[in-house]
Design a protein around this ligand. Structure first.
Ligand SMILES: Nc1ncnc2c1ncn2[C@@H]1O[C@H](COP(=O)(O)OP(=O)(O)OP(=O)(O)O)[C@@H](O)[C@H]1O
Ligand code: SF4
Ligand SMILES: [Mg+2]
Length: 365
């Protein structure tokens, strides 16, 4: 795995010496060319869904701001964990990156080439290089297809990867790679357990030898013991095939041991992003600190020493997010400035945090 403490955006601001507070400057659209060394570079990505009223004559009465200006880079072989509560826009981000939903605004570059608007052979190659594993192994596999057909289906669309005569052997290899019995190639999804089905989903994602797999909560529906097995498999596959992952979860504890860097999302925005160590040991955003305080601590001796932060109130609606800082309605540090001015992602203590009053707080000893 690649450990990389990179700035997320070229030209990102550094906070001045007054780390305790003061308004941050607002950045405009980023004019810098895409980073040629990044496998994936996402800038100012926005996805809004219209809210409509009326049956015959639909009119738009608002927008769900599901993803509202997200920027990050991903290097080859790296894992970026993306964490946040339900409804913060994680799956929407995944769908837009997989070109399953068109973006409202923003750019994404894959190996330096713009992804949105790609056509022809470039688009086919991109669809090979980027794959997705979904959360629910019970609904994401077609129950009427054998696992052999499910895993081999991508070869129908990309026959150049596996000519017809070689496909069954390739599918058997893939079953073997993900720890399933190749003899079970003709079984149906209902004949497998939840963890095994998720392995089938991973085998299908691997079939075209992608460079990136977007994992949208791939272990959330599984028992804890099975979760660890699937996470270990993903780690092994990463080192064997040099894969990069965008790994989505709603819990910081799930992504910790796989992630090189972690992005914390709140209401459509990244509020803090940094290396695994920066986020877990030196978080500066109050929301990250609150999420960390809810992470289970394995060592009983350390449990009592954890800083407990209880968040009050519900996540506001993404149709009408709070002015200024979106987290202010639940933040114990909020002041007038937080309602008036939106905090930008600014480099503090070596990583980016979007809080006017960001300061380090070690939550888990
Ligand atoms: N197709 C859609 N049309 C309208 N609104 C949508 C659509 N898809 C998602 N949303 C809304 O966008 C917001 C973000 O949803 P999303 O599924 O991306 O969140 P999430 O972080 O993946 O949540 P979860 O952890 O529950 O999976 C939610 O308010 C959701 O209701
Ligand atoms: S409300 Fe203010 S103090 Fe709290 S996270 Fe937002 S900017 Fe920071
Ligand atoms: Mg989701």
């Amino acid at each position: 795995m690649v450990r990389r403490a990179g700035a997320e955006r070229p030209g990102v601001k550094r906070a001045g010496p007054d780390l305790g507070g003061g308004p941050d400057r607002v950045t405009g659209p980023d004019p810098t060319p895409p980073d040629p060394s990044a496998l994936l570079e996402v800038r100012d990505l926005v996805k809004h869904f219209p809210v409509t009223r009326g049956v015959l004559f639909k009119r738009t009465v608002g927008q769900v701001r599901a993803v509202d200006g997200v920027s990050f880079t991903l290097s080859a072989g790296e894992t970026l964990g993306v964490v946040g509560e339900s409804g913060c826009g994680k799956s929407t981000l995944a769908q837009v990156l997989m070109l399953l939903e068109p973006p409202t605004a923003g750019t994404a570059h894959f190996e330096g080439r713009p992804m949105f608007g790609m056509r022809g052979s470039a688009l086919r190659a991109l669809r090979r290089d980027m794959q997705i594993v979904l959360q629910d192994p019970y609904t994401s596999l077609n129950p009427r297809m054998t696992v052999g057909d499910i895993i081999g289906e991508p070869f129908e669309i990309h026959p150049e990867v596996a000519p017809k005569g070689s496909r069954a052997a390739k599918v058997r290899d893939l079953l073997d790679v993900v720890g399933l019995n190749p003899e079970h190639i003709n079984r149906y999804p209902h004949q497998f357990s939840g963890g095994q089905r998720q392995r089938v989903g991973i085998a299908r994602a691997l079939a075209l030898r992608p460079k990136v797999i977007v994992c949208d909560e791939p272990v959330s529906a599984l028992d804890v013991s099975i979760q660890a097995q699937v996470m270990n498999l993903l780690r092994e596959l990463q080192s064997e095939f040099g894969l990069a992952y965008v790994f989505i979860a709603h819990d910081l504890s799930v992504v910790r041991h796989l992630s090189d860097r972690v992005a914390v999302m709140y209401l459509g925005k990244i509020v803090e992003i940094g290396t695994e160590e920066e986020i877990y040991q030196r978080p500066t955003h109050p929301y990250t600190q609150a999420l960390l305080s809810a992470v289970p601590v394995a060592d009983p001796a350390l449990r009592g020493r954890r800083d407990v932060i209880r968040l009050t109130g519900d996540v506001p609606s993404p149709i009408d997010p709070p002015s200024g800082c979106r987290f202010r309605t639940r933040c114990w540090k909020a002041r007038d400035l937080c309602a008036q001015q939106e905090p930008e992602l600014v480099e503090r203590d070596g990583h980016l945090s979007a809080c006017h009053f960001a300061e380090q707080r070690s939550v888990v000893p």
